[in-house]
Structures are given as C-alpha cells and as structure tokens.
Design a protein around this ligand. Structure first.
Ligand code: ZN
Length: 185
C-alpha cells in the first residue's frame, strides 16, 4: 500500500466528473487500499479518488471506526432536518466553513468485492458520504458557502496555497498538520 500525494484546490482534476467503474478488479482494490492508507496518513475521515488525481468513481470513509469503500456510490434517499456543521477538506487544508446538508441519507454502491450494498447513514457519516460523493462530481464544500464566506475562504486559501507547489500536498505517514482532523474529508 502507498500513501499518495493529495491534490489541492487549483488542480483541475478536483473539478472533473469521475467515470463509473465497470467492474471492481484487483486494480480497483489496490486504489481503495492506497486511498485508505492516504486518508489515515492525513488523519481524515473520508477521501475521494479525484483527491489523489484519479478519475474512477471511488471513495473511502472511516467514521467512528466504521470503514467503507464505496464504488459508484449514489445517494438514493435523503431525509430528516437539514443539519449545519463545520466542514474541512483534505484538498483545501486549513479552510473551514459551515455546510447545511440532509441529516440522513441512504447510499447505494458496490463494495470492494463488487457486491451491491446500501448504507443508511446519519450524523457525521451522512455528512461524510455526501461530501465524498460531491467530490466524485467535481463539487467542493466551498461551493455551498455564501458569497461572502466563500470569498473570505478563497482569500485565505490564496495565502495557503503557496505551500503546495503544483497543487500537490505530500503527506508524511502518521503525521498531520491539521488542527481539526476530525472534520477533514
Ligand atoms: Zn473533501
């Protein structure tokens, strides 16, 4: 398994749609394993393929010890009151913002064996799934911020982004620079 470099805001891959995976193969499983390794190295709770420069429709999550690898995930049902909470993103380090999302979702996907699964999620797991599935369609959490909050987040990012030449964030295994790791997805 390898820790992969993380692409940060400014890399066009983060704005591209992904390709559905036609068949879950050993190559898909290798990608999943590398994505878990990368997510854990970054102390994140979720990671989507475009964040490591890949275009397969794959994401991983680990919230409160429940780990999921989702291939071709889609939200098939959402309900409950909308919940607002602070989010961050491994691809936009040190930038945070409140995002309102449905508090309960049902996600359908293929698992690492290619079997169809449905997961009912609420709370942080529901938020994480929605954030990652957005990534698979080129959408980022900052897109939900109000005009003023988005402008201020992007201004802060202007100061941060020079740390990531080529829009690449290199992680050191087992070490995170984040102050809010529990919220990074
Ligand atoms: Zn993210």
């Amino acid at each position: 398994m390898s820790v992969l470099p993380i692409r940060v805001l400014g890399d066009p891959v983060l704005r591209e749609d992904t390709r559905p995976v036609a068949e879950v193969t050993d190559a898909t499983r290798r990608l999943i394993d590398d994505m878990f390794e990368t997510m854990y190295a970054a102390n994140g709770i979720g990671l989507a393929a475009p964040q490591v420069g890949r275009t397969e429709r794959v994401c991983v999550a680990d919230v409160d010890g429940a780990a999921y690898a989702l291939v071709n995930p889609e939200v098939v049902h959402s309900e409950g009151p909308k919940a607002k909470a602070e989010e961050g993103c491994l691809s936009i380090p040190d930038i945070y913002g409140d995002v309102e999302r449905p508090s309960r979702v049902t996600v359908r996907a293929l698992d690492r064996d290619g079997e169809t699964i449905e997961v009912n999620a609420e709370g942080l797991l529901a938020r994480c799934f929605q954030h990652e599935i957005d990534h698979l369609h080129g959408k980022l959490f900052i897109d939900y911020l109000s005009f003023l909050k988005r402008r201020s987040a992007l201004a802060k990012w202007e100061d941060e982004k020079d740390q990531y030449p080529g829009f690449i964030r290199i992680l050191k295994p087992g070490k995170s620079a984040s102050e809010h790791p529990e919220e990074e997805l």
